[in-house]
Design a protein around this ligand. Structure first.
Ligand SMILES: NC(=O)c1ccc[n+]([C@@H]2O[C@H](COP(=O)([O-])OP(=O)(O)OC[C@H]3O[C@@H](n4cnc5c(N)ncnc54)[C@H](O)[C@@H]3O)[C@@H](O)[C@H]2O)c1
Length: 283
């Protein structure tokens, strides 16, 4: 497939471009900063400018045409990285432009980055049950997360307008790569440091595999999937982490050993996503 990847120069984007290319896809890398790898065709664009996004999907001179699918990762990737309104405007405008320009260009496969934050991060209100999954309504607690929750709703409406559209939102956990793993040791004495996201993470390579499975899936309609590692960022057993306000939360299953409190059961069942990387094997 010819696949446009937005946010291609970012942490997840670089892993996604590499994985898609290795699988034989032709990648068109889009970002507002220069894409560092000359192995993929790239164009510098600002996703908040609708005209630039339409052109990227329909034909920039000397760049790939006939885009079959879009992987949309471009965003400011977390609360606090820009002022709230600026972050919200950048992210939600970019996502509207991608969904709308794809529709105009007749592109019916979109995979995009939602976020674990919609599950209720930083969990000052305890989740309804553990492990958390996709079955309860979004609980955004920041402007960043509000944007992602609204983008999930936007995706549902685009799917309603275009019945043959496949629009899959991946609720990534905190994206990590090998350079981050030594730093995990500093959290081991104080589990509270990482309680805000239930001690979750996702290796960028596993995130990229999830993107590819979603792009290659033949599902139609809008859907969301939690994408996380199988384990937590902690060495101690998960059951020892469930203290304080989490202690009274109903537990469904799957908390053996160091099992993640972010369920990837739906992604496993529907997309065939199986996390392969544990940070413990990488340090
Ligand atoms: N990093 C995480 O822990 C995390 C967790 C959950 C979800 N996500 C989501 O995953 C996606 C990728 O995150 P990442 O960690 O690779 O972030 P990143 O900051 O490394 O990469 C994001 C890229 O998007 C580009 N970008 C931002 N706004 C743009 C715009 N208006 N036009 C063009 N390019 C623009 C940036 O230049 C950057 O290269 C984001 O949508 C983010 O919200 C990230």
């Amino acid at each position: 497939m010819h696949i446009a990847v937005t946010g291609a120069a970012g942490k997840l984007g670089r892993a996604v471009v590499e994985d898609l290319r290795r699988a034989g896809h032709v990648v068109f890398a889009l970002d507002r900063i220069r894409f560092p790898d000359t192995a993929a065709e790239s164009t510098v664009i600002d996703m908040t400018d609708y005209g630039q996004v339409v052109e990227a999907f329909t034909g920039v001179d000397a760049r790939p045409r006939g885009i079959d699918a879009v992987v949309h990762l471009a965003a400011i990737p977390g609360p606090g990285l820009a002022a709230n309104a600026a972050l919200f405007t950048n992210n939600i405008t970019s996502t509207y432009n991608v969904f709308s320009a794809a529709r105009l260009a007749g592109i019916t496969t979109i995979v995009w980055a939602s976020s674990e934050t919609v599950l209720g991060i930083p969990f000052e209100t305890a989740p309804p049950y553990l492990p958390v999954d996709e079955e309860y309504a979004a609980r955004p607690e920041s402007s960043y997360s509000l944007g992602k929750a609204l983008e999930e709703t936007m995706a549902e409406h685009f799917a309603r307008w275009t019945p043959d559209l496949s629009i899959i939102g991946l609720r990534f956990s905190n994206v990590m790569d090998d350079s981050d793993y030594p730093g995990f040791e500093t959290w081991q004495d104080d589990p509270d440091t990482r309680s805000w996201n239930l001690w979750g993470y996702i290796d960028a390579r596993d995130g990229a595999r999830a993107v590819r499975l979603a792009v290659e899936s033949d599902r139609k309609g809008a859907d969301t999937f939690i994408i996380a590692a199988a384990d937590t960022v902690m060495r101690r057993p998960t059951s020892e982490l469930i203290t304080g306000r989490l202690a009274s939360v109903e537990r469904w299953s799957g908390l053996e050993g160091r099992a993640s409190l972010l369920s990837t059961g739906k992604a496993r069942r529907v997309l065939g996503y199986v996390p392969q990387v544990s940070w413990l094997d990488r340090i």
